[in-house]
Ligand binder design. Structure first.
Ligand code: TRP
Length: 444
């Protein structure tokens, strides 16, 4: 069990804050027209993210086991169908699919950390950021190697359970990343393009809101809060019960996560515009092709670049752990004590191989296309934009309809009656219908 509310908040925030905020949010905003996307994303965090985050953590804290067993136990206690147990299985699969490409991208951040070590030592210089990034994508060996390094880092924590290290990483290194982002926002002000960046990010062009934008924004809201895959449920299982208000805790996590994403946006877009890169259609390479320009021109830029990518790698690490944890908890529960290390290793190997396919789709397998998408794009789309919202919808339905009202109420004793009723109807009707509408709208 986590020793306190603070440790849980740290671990859950560590899960939430990651590449989703600093790599994915800016590039999704860039690819989906800016302000309109950001507006829908913020609405999704408030209307879908917050209630579903409460629901996930709550189910974990009530069930106290791996996500699958927690859901099955609660179903039995509520005389609901045991088939609900299939829901976390889908979530676990989504988390593993996400881990497979996530660790490829985390491999890029490790590679960039290494590049800045070399730049600091004077042995290389990122003169042409777009060219350097292209060179990395064209090099399967390098991609596969950094991808492997990152996967090893992840599996070591999940297999050995080094909570102390995790706690320290989140308590000290994440605030450091936050401070670096703030400084970058400050640098953005000196470029004279902060106002243009703010206009791009916050002035919605409603003509640009279509089904695809809304789906992308919904998927991003789930992705960034680690929702819909039962990651947060797995963490909730270790949360002590006394005196810990779930709505307040969930609010803190969602607020921190959103703040980091918006800061990242306001750090990156002024630089993007200042260096003559189009803010639209930046794609997954956006931060890697834009930030190095600023690091080249800033005083102590090489050191800054090194720290930035190192801290981003740590943030990715505290997230990837939470993707491997639910599957490991479930399978090792089934296979018995002593199997945890082997299970973690087996799942990581599976994800590494799947991720290798994603990495190869950037070069050797670039011709394999599914419509517009390559293998990596397809994996990202299916897992984040389809499976996560679907998983979130099922969790909302489960807590709203299947779970006994008294069990639900028992987890939220501090909520006034009206707020509890409102939350329950959000979970029963509003959230599921909204997700359904988003999915249908995008399909039609
Ligand atoms: N939220 C993390 C990020 O923003 C990614 C993440 C961690 C995640 N665990 C997850 C995404 C589970 C989906 C499901 O980087």
């Amino acid at each position: 069990m986590w020793s306190s509310r603070l440790v849980f908040i740290l671990a859950a925030t560590g899960s939430a804050v990651g590449l989703g905020n600093i790599w994915r949010f800016p590039y999704m905003a860039s690819d989906n027209g800016g302000g309109a996307f950001v507006l829908v994303y913020l609405a999704c965090i408030a209307i879908l993210g917050l209630p579903i985050l409460i629901a996930e953590v709550l189910v974990g804290r009530q069930g106290r086991r791996s996500p699958v067993h927690s859901v099955v136990t609660i179903s039995e206690a509520s005389r609901a169908s045991a088939a609900w147990g299939l829901m976390p299985v889908m979530g676990i699969l989504a988390a593993l699919m996400i881990l497979s490409f996530y660790s490829v991208v985390a491999g890029w951040t490790l590679h960039y950390t290494w590049l800045y070590v070399q730049q600091l030592l004077g042995s290389t210089r990122l003169e042409d950021p777009a060219g350097s990034f292209g060179a990395l994508l064209g090099n399967p060996l390098q991609l596969g190697m950094w991808h492997a390094v990152f996967m090893v880092l992840t599996v070591v924590v999940v297999a050995l359970g080094v909570e102390k290290g995790l706690e320290r990483a989140v308590r000290w290194l994440m605030p450091a990343l936050f401070a670096m982002l703030l400084l970058l926002v400050g640098y953005g002000l000196t470029t004279g393009h902060a106002a243009d960046a703010a206009r791009f990010l916050f002035q919605p062009d409603f003509g640009k809101i279509d089904g695809a934008t809304v789906l992308a924004a919904t998927g991003q809201a789930f992705f960034t809060l680690s929702l819909g895959s039962c990651s947060m449920m797995a963490y909730g299982a270790y949360l002590p019960r006394d005196n810990i208000s779930l709505p307040r805790t969930a609010g803190t996590i969602a607020l921190t996560d959103t703040a980091v994403a918006l800061l990242a946006g306001m750090a990156i877009f002024p630089i993007v515009i200042a260096y003559g890169i189009s803010p639209e259609g930046g794609g997954p390479g956006l931060i890697f092709t834009s930030l190095p320009h600023a690091f080249n021109d800033m005083p102590l830029g090489s050191l800054y670049g090194l720290l930035f990518f190192a801290l981003l790698s740590v943030a990715a690490w505290t997230s990837s752990i939470s993707m491997l944890e639910p599957g490991t908890a479930w399978l090792s529960e089934r296979l018995g004590v002593g199997s945890r290390k082997k299970v973690a290793l087996g799942l990581a190997l599976f994800c590494w191989l799947l991720g290798l396919l994603a990495a190869l789709s950037l070069n050797r397998l670039a011709h394999v296309k599914f419509g517009e998408r390559d293998i990596m794009g397809l994996l990202e789309f299916v897992a984040s934009d389809l499976m996560l919202p679907l998983g979130g919808m099922l969790i909302a339905l489960f807590t709203g309809w299947a779970m006994d009202r008294s069990l639900l109420r028992g987890q939220l004793p501090e909520m006034p009656e009206w707020a509890f009723t409102a939350l329950r109807w959000l979970l029963r009707v509003v959230a599921p219908l909204l997700v359904l509408a988003v999915l249908l709208r995008a399909a039609l």
